[in-house]
Design a protein around this ligand. Structure first.
Ligand code: SUG
Length: 446
C-alpha cells in the first residue's frame, strides 16, 4: 500500500564564521570572491528568510545547525597544542590556510550533508542516511562526524530510520551526498528511481574524466551508497556527469540539473550520455511518465548557467504545477532571465518562478538548492522524528533574535584567530542546541 509522504527540506543554518576563503578549486564563485569581507549575520538571515517563505507556503521546513568553527579538535589532530587560544595563535602564525579551512561555515550547504533514501525505496522500509565524506576538500571532510550526530539526534527512532557512517575518506570513494543524487517518482510515497550522478570512475584509469578540475564524486561511492541503502538494481540509475561541464565549473550535478517528482530539469551538457540517462530513467520509473525539461546551450550557454546558478534552484510541487525557486542572480544574467520568462509560458510542468536572495551564500558557490537537504517522509516518519527542528513562526522569531544577538555583521580573515570569536561561536551553538532540543552534538559539549 502506498503511504502518504511529503518532501521535507532541511536547510543548513549559516554559521557565525561564514567567510570567503577561496577554498574550493573548481568552484568558480568560491575562487573569485576570495578575501571579500563577509557578513555572517546577513547570510544567516537570508537563509532563514528563505526557509520562512517556504514554510509559509506550507512546505515542511527543517533546520540543520551549523558546526563549531574554528574546529579546535581538527587542529589538535594536526599537532597544534596548548590552550584553545594558543592553538589558534600557532595555526594563525604558521599555517593560515589551515586556519581558514577549519573556520569555514561550509556545513550550511546541506545538499552535501548526506544521501537520503526514502523508505519506499529501501529493502528494510526504513529511511536511510549516509553522511557524505566530502573527501575532495579538507575543509569539508571535517563535517561528516557532526553531521552524522545531528542526523541521528533528529531521526533517532531506529524503527524508522537507519544511519550509516560516511564512506572511507579517500579519493576512490569521494562522496558529496545529495548534490549528486536525484529521486524521480510519481507520488513521494511510491517507490522511485534514484539517479546517482558521478564525476569519474575511480578504479578505471582509462575512463573519461575532467582535465582541469577535480571530479568530486566517484561511481564507486555512488554504488556503495545504493548497496548500503538496500536499493533495488531495477530502480537505480548511475550516470556520468559530462567532464566538460566539471571543467566549466559544474563541481556538483546540482549546479546543472534538478529533479522533483516526474520532472528532470537539466542543461543539455549535464550528462556524458544524455540519451542513455533518459532511457534508463524511463525504463525504471513507474507510476508516472518522465517529463524531461531540457535547456539547450543555445538558450543558456553553460557559463551563464554556472554564473546564474539556474539549476541550483529548488523544484517544488504546488497545487497547480511546479515552482522553481531560483537565486536572484538568475534575473541578472540576460540569457537566463529570458529563458525563465519563456519557461513559465511554455505550458510544461514548471509553471511558476520565484526569486530568493541568498547572495551571501551564492558568493561561495551555494544557491538555494545547495542550502537544503531533502528528506522524503511518510506521515508516521514525520511524527517519529524530532520535531523541534521544524520551522514554525515562533521558531523563526527565536532564531532571528538568536542570530542578531550572536553574529557579527563583518568578518575578515584576520579575525578568525580571535579567541573571542571562538567563545562567541560556542556560546551561540550551546544556546542553539537548547533552542532546537538537540542535546549535545558538538565536540566542545562532550
Ligand atoms: O563545496 N563552497 C562549497 C559550495 C557547496 C555547494 N553545494 C552544492 N552545490 N550542493 C563547496 O565548494 C567555498 C568556501 C570558501 O571558499 O570559503 C565552499 O566550500
Amino acid at each position: 500500500m502506498v503511504k502518504h509522504a511529503v518532501e521535507a527540506n532541511f536547510d543548513g543554518l549559516v554559521g557565525p564564521t561564514h567567510n570567503y576563503a577561496g577554498l574550493s578549486w573548481g568552484n568558480v564563485a568560491s575562487k573569485s570572491n576570495v578575501n571579500a569581507v563577509s557578513n555572517p549575520r546577513e547570510a544567516a538571515l537570508q537563509g532563514l528568510a528563505k526557509m520562512k517563505r517556504l514554510a509559509d507556503r506550507g512546505y515542511v521546513q527543517g533546520i540543520l545547525p551549523p558546526h563549531e568553527r574554528p574546529h579546535i579538535s581538527s587542529l589538535k589532530s594536526l599537532g597544534f597544542s596548548g590552550t584553545d587560544a594558543q592553538v589558534l595563535e600557532q595555526v594563525a602564525t604558521t599555517s593560515p590556510s589551515i586556519l581558514a579551512a577549519v573556520s569555514s561555515a561550509s556545513s550550511m550547504w546541506t545538499a552535501n550533508a548526506a544521501t537520503v533514501s526514502p523508505s519506499a525505496d529501501t529493502s528494510d522500509h526504513r529511511v536511510h542516511f549516509t553522511p557524505a565524506n566530502l573527501s575532495a576538500k579538507f575543509h569539508r571532510s571535517i563535517e561528516h562526524t557532526v553531521t552524522g550526530r545531528t542526523l541521528k539526534s533528529i531521526f533517532a527512532d531506529e524503527g524508522y530510520f537507519a544511519h550509516h557512517p560516511a564512506l572511507p575518506s579517500v579519493s576512490h570513494f569521494g562522496d558529496e551526498g545529495a548534490a549528486n543524487h536525484t529521486r524521480l517518482c510519481g507520488h513521494y510515497g511510491e517507490p522511485g528511481v534514484e539517479l546517482f550522478v558521478y564525476g569519474q570512475a575511480a578504479f578505471n584509469e582509462q575512463a573519461p574524466a575532467p582535465k582541469k578540475y577535480p571530479a568530486r564524486q566517484t561511481l564507486e561511492a555512488s554504488q556503495a551508497i545504493a548497496r548500503l541503502h538496500g536499493l533495488k538494481d531495477s530502480r537505480v540509475v548511475f550516470a556520468q556527469q559530462n567532464p566538460a561541464a566539471i571543467d566549466a565549473g559544474v563541481f556538483h550535478n546540482d549546479v546543472i540539473a534538478v529533479g522533483n517528482g516526474n520532472t528532470l530539469f537539466y542543461h543539455d551538457m549535464a550528462f556524458l550520455n544524455e540519451e542513455q540517462v533518459l532511457t534508463d530513467i524511463r525504463a525504471r520509473l513507474t507510476g508516472a511518465e518522465l517529463e524531461a525539461v531540457r535547456v539547450s546551450n543555445a538558450d543558456v550557454p553553460l557559463e551563464d548557467a554556472v554564473a546564474s546558478y539556474l539549476f541550483n534552484s529548488q523544484l517544488l510541487n504546488t497545487p497547480d504545477g511546479m515552482l522553481l525557486a531560483v537565486p536572484g542572480e538568475c534575473r541578472e544574467v540576460a540569457s537566463v532571465s529570458k529563458y525563465l520568462d519563456k519557461l513559465q509560458a511554455a505550458g510544461g510542468p514548471i509553471t511558476a518562478v520565484e526569486v530568493f536572495d541568498v547572495k551571501q551564500s551564492m558568493r561561495n558557490g551555494g544557491g538555494p538548492a545547495c542550502l537544503r537537504l531533502r528528506v522524503v517522509l511518510n506521515d508516521d516518519e514525520l511524527q517519529a522524528m524530532h520535531r523541534g527542528v521544524l520551522l514554525t513562526d515562533a521558531l523563526y522569531e527565536r532564531l532571528t533574535t538568536w542570530v542578531e544577538a550572536h553574529y557579527r555583521s563583518e568578518l575578515t580573515h584576520d579575525e578568525l584567530a580571535d579567541p573571542m570569536l571562538l567563545d562567541e561561536v560556542r556560546k551561540a551553538l550551546d544556546e542553539l542546541t537548547g533552542i532546537l532540543g538537540l542535546g549535545s552534538i558538538y565536540d566542545f559539549q562532550m
